[in-house]
Design a protein around this ligand. Sequence first.
Ligand code: DGT
Ligand code: CA
Ligand code: CA
Ligand code: ZN
Length: 570
Amino acid sequence: MKNHEVAELLRNIAQLLEIKEELVFKIRAYERAALTIENLDEDIEYVWKQGKLDDIPGVGEALTKKISEFLETGKLEYYEKLKKQVPVNVEELSKVQGLGPKTILKLYKQLGVKTLKDLERAAKKKKIENIEGLGQVVEENILKSIEFVRSSGNRFLLGTALDIADEIKNRLKKLNYVNRVEIAGSLRRRKETIGDIDILVTSKNPEKVKNFFTTMNDVEQVLAQGPTKSSIRLGGVQVDLRVLQEKHYGAALLYFTGSQQHNIALRKIAIKQGMKLSEYGVFLKKGNRLVASKTEEECYKKLGLSFIEPEIREDEGEIDASFKSKLPKLISYNDLKGDLQMHTRYSDGSNTLLEMAQAAKKLGHEYICITDHVGETFKIVNSLNEKRIKKQRKEINKVNKKFKNFTILQGGEVNIRDNGNLDLKNNVLKQLDIVLASIHSGFKNSKEKITKRISTAMENEHVDIIAHPSGRLINQRPAIEWDLDNLLDKAKQTKTVMEINAYPERLDLKDVHVRAAVKAKVKLSIGTDSHDADQLRNYKLGIATARRGWAAKKDIINTYPVRDMLKQLK
Ligand code: DGT
Ligand code: CA
Ligand code: CA
Ligand code: ZN
């Protein structure tokens, strides 16, 4: 989705116009459009391709032209010209938290701040605290935020990093001088964002491995190369490769998988028991004798622990649970029997329902639920009304006959309106096998209001699942502010299922929310929200998120055969 990029573009234009002291109404128009597009749930590219950009409130003819140019070419001539006319680097500066248009203007006029470097210098020299309306607190926050922009602003989506890592892993596996290949670090733990990719191999010929790794034809930059560790940049991401000896493999894998917090906690346990843990193994303090190192299991065992799955190695209670043999048996990567959210050409997807079904069957699913947008007023995504729902039902019945041991269900994703009502009447909702309800606007509602909206939707007898419940888009839009405990209570009471949306930018519910839901005994579903058949494979990201939230097979309704799954719904 390019929504965030387009919004940023419009906002930067507004900022430049502000510095140029253009007419206020013109500036506000850009700002308003930016806000709308940022909060738009639909993919702006899809809206553009449908020729519906001017349906977006605040987007008229001129903006339609500009946005189209940007989406088509990745650039906007008008913006490039504007940047040349104005000496301030608003792209850099606007990333700093709390630095709005007004402040950037002030800092430029009074202190000549044009770049991030200028800003840092000014803050360090304590020049900002003297500017009216800013002060010392703002100055300190600016310094903190500059650090944040530089360090953590650049984390990659799990899905993106996983594709790159799998590709490299496959190449390394083919080499006859490489024995084991494993992905470690945050990626092995399947964290939602990844700083860099860590890969471990064992080989008797580290030199050869290094040469292969640093000269692959898509390497963008070699960052470091040594006898046992080299780093490259590929696809924009840093990839660290470590070549290990077979005998240390387990201990090294444990160490480089992390998390750092988990490692620290393990080391403390080792010390308490008169042992020492390092990336080379578990040693007895006395005589420095090696007692475990070949496998992770062995290392855990020596510390008195049962194996802990990588996804939960975050020092969030897993070590204690392992010690007491109270770890849940996590859902596994082949436990899913169906996919409960996807779109077709009926609404805003790019494939037919037959194509979606064929692709899902190929992945090993036993059933899918087609969940095109349905509704009366939510038109931008081509929502189905009653007539089209009936037409789709006929097609589903027809396509279902083509398959053996595979079921297509008819669901629908209905928008939750501002007042908590649904965008479709009950007598229509009732015709669907599964109803997903979700929020697509008003993400900035107060906590009370938004909690009420969702809980009102849960009370509707036809609503089965709340889809992408928090509405967050990773690196783009924060989650809504909600009272999760309250909503989980309501979900339990109304037998409403909470979705783990596996779309790479969403992963929503996220890991900690999943854990709260499991604890509250609220059932969960996994849906890929695919708008294209290629996206169906993302279900694994949903399982990863479920595992990070300590979910077992029984907690996820679509691990059940289709009939039992339907029985889980209200
Ligand atoms: P990332 O890359 O920011 O997404 O997160 P990680 O967890 O992959 O971190 P990374 O790449 O810096 O290091 C990989 C693992 O190596 C990390 O999870 C734990 C281990 N590790 C690295 N440096 C240290 C350290 O200074 N202390 C400890 N205890 N462990 C470390
Ligand atoms: Ca890493
Ligand atoms: Ca690393
Ligand atoms: Zn959609």
